[in-house]
Ligand binder design. Structure first.
Ligand SMILES: Nc1ncnc2c1ncn2[C@@H]1O[C@H](COP(=O)(O)OP(=O)(O)OP(=O)(O)O)[C@@H](O)[C@H]1O
Ligand SMILES: [Mg+2]
Length: 249
């Protein structure tokens, strides 16, 4: 079964076309890593899949349209806007996708929120103010929040931007453990820590420049087409690693 199907997907902003004629079939479950330079349309593609921006073409999520299909998606945006004028606690943030107001919180919601906070090693922060945490700690809480609804599909837009090596490694480990049950779409600038988990790489620069297995798609030729500069690639018998690459975070 396909978790995501895109046919002739185009998104236009007033300034021009952000993504053009994207055709894609993503099998469920699978781990898809999306790469591309700044402004390539990566965030736009993810938003279109969830029906958050007007689009042309056809989108199916688990066979349904984005409005219906997005219920099975856990989304971690590139930049999160949590209103910190009010003192929101960690538990409030994680419970957000489950309940619309505090009075609707049930024991099963609390249990689930605690379970996902344990997964990201943040259970000790349950009653802490979200805005008083460090950037990396906030990122782990937001990661937990994407898991709280048990989504079939995880969509993560540069999820490791504020995390240190240890946090990043443990989050990747966690993602690896979901590989057999979820479709994971992850936008990342440095693919190296993900080459072992990645089933397919999508190279995006307004259009799809490549889609396939790491060893087939991560080539010096493709990296140069993608980034417009020479990027060395190291090949091992099993896979490939990018040297340098495009890292704006
Ligand atoms: N809400 C918007 N309104 C108008 N133009 C937009 C909007 N969002 C993005 N764009 C434009 O669409 C293009 C693609 O932007 P997008 O954010 O999808 O790129 P990206 O690949 O995610 O980049 P980055 O790596 O910097 O996150 C850019 O030229 C951007 O200026
Ligand atoms: Mg982006």
């Amino acid at each position: 079964m396909n978790s995501i199907e895109l046919k002739n997907l185009t998104v236009r902003y007033r300034e021009g076309i952000a993504i053009e004629n994207i055709n894609l079939e993503i099998h469920h479950p699978s781990f898809v890593t999306i790469m591309g330079p700044n402004g390539a349309g990566k965030t736009t593609l993810l938003k279109a899949i969830m029906g958050m921006v007007p689009y042309e073409g056809e989108i199916k999520i688990m066979g349904k349209n984005p409005k219906e299909g997005k219920k099975v998606i856990g989304y971690l945006p590139q930049r999160e806007r949590i209103n910190t004028n009010v003192p929101v606690t960690v538990k409030d943030v994680v419970l957000m996708p489950l309940v619309s107001n505090v009075r609707g919180v049930k024991k099963e919601h609390v249990d689930k929120a605690k379970e996902v906070l344990k997964m990201v090693n943040m259970i000790g922060y349950w009653n802490r103010r979200f805005d008083a945490l460090s950037g990396g700690q906030q990122q782990r809480i937001l990661f937990a929040r994407t898991l709280v609804t048990d989504p079939d599909i995880l969509i993560l837009d540069e999820p490791f931007s504020a995390t240190d090596v240890k946090t990043k490694t443990s989050l990747i480990h966690l993602l690896h453990s979901f590989k057999k049950e979820k479709t994971i779409l992850i936008v990342i600038h440095d693919i190296n820590p993900l080459v072992e988990c990645t089933d397919y790489v999508l190279l995006l620069k307004k259009k799809v420049l490549g889609f396939g297995m790491v060893k087939d798609v991560i080539t010096e030729k493709n990296m140069e087409r993608l980034y417009g500069t020479r990027v060395p690639v190291i090949k091992t018998p099993e896979t490939c690693y990018v040297v340098g690459g495009d890292r704006h975070v």
